[in-house]
Ligand binder design. Structure first.
Ligand SMILES: Nc1ncnc2c1ncn2[C@@H]1O[C@H](COP(=O)(O)OP(=O)(O)O)[C@@H](O)[C@H]1O
Ligand SMILES: [Mg+2]
Length: 269
């Protein structure tokens, strides 16, 4: 890919407006740290770009090398070279991991992969992410530990070789050794030209991969862009500087539980 251009993108889920006009231009070879407080729309942006059916685009566009991707089904977006490593990879009952990998690889190529090459590629990828390749015969994500699920997402990325990869909190739940392995995989792919958008709340991963750009999302919009130093500023000071220096207020996004509603109703009576 040469460019992904996100223009005034807005979307809603269950009648809640979540993205409220996102503008971001991503160029080939960029590695963007996508920052922002919890609940302000980071995962929603990545899921919407991949075509998750949970989100309804209400306004705006996203062009991959000039082609409007929002009209494409998720499988076609994937075939165009887009990839998302989920924040919470779901269990897929009944689907064996190795069958999933093989179908995924085959749907991205003209000819089915030979068993020999499939074995060779998956064995190497399992090694690169530090997982035992006998996990390939297990049901996809079922009973995987948090760290195993995250490594398995990276493994899929290695097998599919995307041109642009979105990694959503890929480092949460990883031990230090796993984090180093994953950072090496990301750096190797970057060296081969893969473009990245990476969401993380910890600067350890960012320190290891040194993104060239950072963008902060607040209330469904990109409110500030900067270079790598912005990730440092956020990890050292949190987000309160946005209010002090840029007059950007951050509303706490908290989910109101049914209990809270019941208590409020009782009090108001
Ligand atoms: N499928 C959905 N249905 C309803 N609300 C959603 C859905 N997905 C996300 N949201 C809400 O949208 C807001 C942004 O969520 P998210 O994008 O996950 O935030 P972040 O990744 O920045 O922490 C949150 O308030 C979240 O509860
Ligand atoms: Mg998220």
């Amino acid at each position: 890919m040469k460019e992904l251009s996100i223009q005034n993108l807005s979307c809603q889920a269950e009648s809640n407006l979540i993205l409220k006009g996102v503008n971001l231009n991503i160029h080939a070879g960029d590695c963007i740290a996508l920052l922002g407080p919890n609940g302000h729309g980071k995962s929603t942006l990545l899921n919407t770009l991949m075509g998750s059916p949970h989100y309804h685009v209400t306004e705006g566009q996203a062009f991959l090398d000039g082609e409007d991707i929002l009209t494409l089904t998720p499988d076609l977006r994937s075939k165009k070279g887009m990839f998302l490593a989920f924040q919470n990879p779901p269990d897929v009952p009944g689907v064996v991991t190795m069958d999933f990998f093989r179908s995924a690889i085959n749907s991205h190529s003209e000819k089915p992969i030979s068993l020999y090459n499939f074995y060779k590629e998956t064995t190497k990828a399992y090694e690169q992410v530090g997982l035992n390749s006998n996990m390939a015969s297990r049901i996809l994500n079922e009973g995987y530990s948090g760290g195993e699920k995250k490594r398995n997402e990276i493994l899929q990325m290695l097998l599919l070789k995307p041109s642009i990869a979105f990694l959503d909190e890929i480092d949460s739940g990883l031990d230090v050794d796993a984090l180093n392995l994953i950072a090496k995989v990301i750096n190797d792919l970057r060296a081969q030209g893969t473009t990245f958008i990476i969401i993380s709340h910890y600067d350890k991963l960012y320190d290891l991969i040194k993104p060239n750009r950072s963008a902060i999302m607040v209330d469904g919009k990109i409110v500030l862009e900067g270079d790598f130093s912005l990730t440092k500023k956020v990890s050292e000071n949190g987000y309160s500087f946005l209010e002090r220096e840029y007059h950007i207020s951050i509303e706490k996004k908290e989910q109101v539980s049914i209990d809270t509603c019941a208590i409020k109703e009782t009090i108001s009576k």
